[in-house]
Ligand binder design. Structure first.
Ligand code: SDX
Length: 426
């Protein structure tokens, strides 16, 4: 394989070094190209652009492969725990038993929020979308932890990462309880991460909360499936915000804002609402025709990188069956989803565009069965993705070649012209 690419413009040729990864596409290094050729490269949406070098997550979109530090997502979902995956993403290796005990203790003892923080929620209307609350609340954490402002100090970066992983469930549960008009529930240190979260969401002072191990396992697995996903839109947002040296909590708030979009993390809410709109299997053909007529997109389908099955969607579908079975729920929307998937996967419109179910297609049915309203779905995605965001943010700071992100543009606006007095206009 060649170690350089040659680009010719007019009479001039420019040699561009090729950098090789451990797997996946190599890259053409264009960092010096503008200085040498007085041309920018052009790639809105970054469909062909690597924004960074990373060792955290690898996706092979054609093969439907997702690895976290080399471990396949289906093995992690089956055999690991979310907190163990957090250690893996943050530190690069699965923890030893002793390392896990220390990590779990560290996270557990950061789950509480500053007592004053609870009044922050009172500023929201009860019907505020929980993602609006998450965006505001996580950004506000910047005001509470002035002791970790120095992002160039690895110890302060580590404490911020632990605080975020630990406090996101507490904030998310408060956003949920606030929207339901129920009192906030304090975390309990004897509970596991996902059990603690479910208790903070669903327990009420009027009776003892009874954990359901199947739902706890399902929640933990759903968090694993959503933990990280290479340089997606929200992760790129966190990296770009972090490249200016902004406070990590503010960077994560920026990631939450980006994730909320319906083309990204907001798709899990949109996908369930789509299934509700379709309603019955009989309505599927008409709805699919609307997709083909470009009236709307099939939510929970398609992906920028996966042009094959999203490996997370398969695990999500299996988890969906387990939860519905455990709860004895026969959700008609599951039948609609399965039939819709079958119709779409056999229709040339979707086959030609390589549109397959993504992680958001089955997550909504599962989360609704667990008792979450649709407006909480993306909050759960943000809770889980926080470890991915902060791991990528941490990796950026460990890269000695780090620079502030500052893309350029192709300018097609007016060239220089003189100011015209108002009486000469029109
Ligand atoms: C997530 O990046 C990540 O990794 C994201 C994520 C993560 O973990 O961080 O995986 C999480 O965001 C998953 C995606 C959730 N979004 C949705 O389910 C919303 C529906 N999907 C689409 O909006 C779309 O598929 C995207 C945004 C996900 C991807 O869009 P791309 O890569 O920009 O693809 P495209 O728009 O260029 O689509 C190619 C063609 C187009 O048709 P043509 O103009 O070529 O004829 O496919 C069509 C699109 O119109 N198309 C769809 C479609 N998705 C793409 N048509 C109908 N329904 C869809 N869902």
């Amino acid at each position: 394989m060649s170690d350089k690419a040659t680009l010719t413009i007019g009479e001039k040729s420019f040699d561009l070094p090729i950098m090789k990864g451990s797997t996946g596409p190599d890259v053409v290094d264009v960092r010096k190209f503008y200085a040498e050729a007085d041309h920018f490269t052009f790639d809105p949406g970054f469909t062909s652009t690597a924004s960074c070098e990373s060792k955290i997550t690898y996706i092979d979109g054609d093969a439907g492969i997702l690895l976290h530090r080399g471990y396949p997502i289906d093995q992690l979902a089956e055999k690991s725990s979310f907190l163990e995956v957090c250690h893996l993403l943050l530190n690069g290796e699965l923890p030893t038993a002793d390392e896990f005990r220390k990590f779990e203790h560290n996270i557990t003892y950061h789950t509480m929020l500053h007592a004053q923080f609870d009044s922050f929620f009172q500023g929201f209307r009860r019907d505020a979308h929980p993602m609006a609350v998450m965006t505001g609340a996580v950004g506000a954490l910047s005001a509470f932890y002035a002791d970790s402002l120095n992002v160039d100090d690895p110890k302060q970066r580590e404490i911020s990462a632990h605080r975020l992983i630990a406090k996101m469930p507490t904030i998310a549960a408060r956003a949920f309880q606030y929207s339901q008009g129920r009192p906030f529930v304090t975390p309990r240190n004897e509970l596991s991460y996902s059990e603690n979260f479910l208790r903070m969401c669903f327990s009420v002072p009027a009776e003892d909360w009874v954990p359901n191990p199947v739902l706890t396992r399902a929640m933990d697995r759903i968090f694993i499936l959503h933990a990280d996903h290479e340089q997606n839109a929200s992760t790129s947002t966190v990296r770009l915000a972090g490249s200016s040296g902004a406070h990590p909590f503010a960077c994560i708030a920026a990631g939450i804002a980006c994730l909320w979009g319906p083309s990204h993390g907001g798709a899990n809410q949109e996908a369930l609402e789509m299934l509700e709109e379709i309603g019955t299997v009989e309505n599927i053909p008409a709805y699919v025709q609307g997709v083909k007529d470009r009236k709307y997109k099939l939510m929970g389908f398609g992906h920028r990188v996966y042009k094959n099955f999203d490996p997370r969607a398969k695990v999500m579908q299996k988890t969906c069956y387990e939860v519905l079975d455990q709860l004895g729920i026969n959700d008609p929307l599951l039948q609609v989803a399965m039939e819709l998937e079958k119709v779409a996967l056999s229709d040339p419109f979707f086959i030609d565009r390589k549109l397959y179910p993504n992680i958001d297609f089955y997550s909504g049915i599962t989360l609704r069965a667990m008792g979450f309203p649709t407006n909480m779905f993306t909050v759960l995605f943000a809770l889980a993705r926080t470890v991915g965001w902060i791991s990528q943010w941490k990796e950026m700071f460990e890269d000695p070649s780090r620079k502030i992100g500052r893309p350029r543009q192709l300018y097609t606006g007016p060239t220089q012209r003189d100011y015209a007095p108002v009486e000469t206009r029109g």
